[in-house]
Ligand binder design. Structure first.
Ligand SMILES: Cc1cc2nc3c(=O)[nH]c(=O)nc-3n(C[C@H](O)[C@H](O)[C@H](O)COP(=O)(O)OP(=O)(O)OC[C@H]3O[C@@H](n4cnc5c(N)ncnc54)[C@H](O)[C@@H]3O)c2cc1C
Length: 406
């Protein structure tokens, strides 16, 4: 068995990919490094940037070129409100513990925005309000309760009734929560920008390089690649995304498929404030615009992970997303599709990521941002791993432990 699954992570044509000329050349593999990060998506790049800033000698490796995995399919709405509503999480683990986790993710999103800006990464980062529409999971009354809990947690959320939502955002009337503190990015540009910063501090990035084995010992871990090459690392951070490492990641972190479409450039604005829109439903529709003025919409998730079945569903699913988006926006005709794509997606029972030391392999960290907030979770993971590697105790680390369900 190899270290991690091999998957066709996405089908169709996402808006962020294309004829990219900004992928940097690969570095040769060094014989050793302080930290080897496996996976050069948004998770691995965020961690590599942070750890290189901490002074570690970092090696980032990937079986694909950087930002060619799930990150290239993402809608990249970086927000702190998560898939499992705060009130639902509070019912299962208690209000204080639920609030603690939500506040921590909120703080990670704020710190990430500041860091991206301070580093001067040109990735189209723009602060946007989030609009969370009433749906099958939470109706208007449920949203009112959710808003009250957000305020109790000092999270910046207001409740709007249906007419007020329609008036403010120019969409079909539906009660909603409006939150601040989120932002949009181009996920590929952000990943490449973080990687460039890490490399400017002497981090190395080697690809395509497939890690097939990890051998922990007293001094660290030896990584073995598919061509037999080896690298000795003090620590390993596994950031392989939805290509799970089955020996390390518990089965509660599961996969599904999601479907997206985008209009031609220049179709936006179709609503006000460039809000990032989603729904209190499962599955939910999600909508944003990008800097080219494309409207990007996704949803219609299915519990299939086989990529052939997934991609076979894409035309019908993209058409359904286009029609449902028009209904949300109050338009008479479906959004006109210019691009469509499908993607593997991850979820966890509490909507939170898996961040922590592997239980069965010394010196190995798991960082799996399963859920609709995978980019926010990359920011969070970089904080937790950074603190631990500097010998500090992160007070919230146990909240995101990969083995918390067992
Ligand atoms: C359609 C879609 C919409 C989304 N929308 C949002 C959103 O709006 N907001 C948000 O915050 N999040 C969103 N997410 C989630 C977020 O985008 C993902 O969590 C994130 O992009 C995953 O990044 P990653 O670096 O973990 O994985 P990836 O980008 O897949 O990178 C992992 C890399 O690991 C490499 N790898 C795996 N195993 C090995 C190995 N053994 N050896 C070498 N390399 C290996 C792979 O080649 C891959 O390139 C969305 C995701 C999808 C798919």
């Amino acid at each position: 068995m190899t270290l991690s699954e091999h998957r066709d992570l996405r089908g169709g044509r996402p808006v962020w990919t294309g004829d990219r000329k900004d992928i940097p050349p690969s570095d040769p593999l060094p014989a050793r490094c302080d930290i080897a990060v496996i996976g050069a998506g948004i998770m691995g790049a965020t961690i590599a940037e942070r750890l290189s800033a901490d002074g570690h000698q970092v090696l980032l490796v990937d079986r694909r070129p950087p930002a060619h995995g799930s990150t290239a399919a993402s809608t990249a709405e970086v927000m702190w409100a998560m898939d499992v509503p705060l009130q639902e999480l509070a019912r299962s683990i208690g209000e204080d513990e639920a609030i603690r986790r939500w506040r921590r993710v909120h703080r990670a999103v704020q710190t990430y925005a500041e860091r991206i800006d301070a580093l001067g990464i040109d990735c189209g980062r723009i602060d946007r309000p989030t609009v969370y529409l009433a749906g099958k999971t939470l109706d208007a009354d449920g949203l009112r309760e959710e808003a009250a809990l957000h305020r109790k947690a000092q999270l910046p959320t207001d409740f709007l009734d249906a007419p007020a939502t329609a008036e403010r955002f120019g969409i079909a009337p539906r009660a909603a929560l409006v939150s601040t503190g989120g932002f949009e990015v181009d996920p590929v540009r952000l990943t490449l920008g973080l990687l460039e910063k890490a490399r400017s501090r002497s981090a190395k990035a080697a690809f395509p390089r497939d890690v097939v084995g990890l051998s922990p010992g007293d001094e660290g871990v030896v990584l073995t690649f598919d061509d037999g090459a080896t690298v000795a690392a003090g620590k390993v951070v596994f950031a392989g995304g939805y290509e799970r490492a089955p020996l390390l990641l518990p089965p509660q972190f599961s996969l599904l498929s999601t479907f997206l479409m985008a209009t031609v450039p220049g179709a936006a604005p179709l609503w006000k404030e460039g809000a990032m829109i989603w729904e209190a439903s499962d599955p939910y529709l999600y909508l944003r615009a990008c800097s080219e003025g494309r409207v990007i919409a996704g949803g219609e998730d299915e519990d299939v992970i086989d990529s052939l079945s997934r991609d076979g569903m894409l035309p019908a699913k993209a058409a359904a997303v286009a029609a449902k988006s028009a209904a949300v926006l109050g338009l008479d005709a479906p959004l006109e599709e210019d691009r469509r794509w499908s993607a593997t997606f991850g979820s966890s029972p509490d909507g939170l990521p898996a961040i922590g030391l592997a239980a069965n392999m010394d010196h190995v960290w798991l960082t799996a941002g399963f859920g609709g907030n995978g980019i926010a979770f990359a920011a969070l993971a970089s904080e937790i791993v950074s603190a631990a590697l500097q010998g500090e105790r992160d007070p919230d680390a146990a909240c995101f432990d990969p083995y918390r369900f067992s």
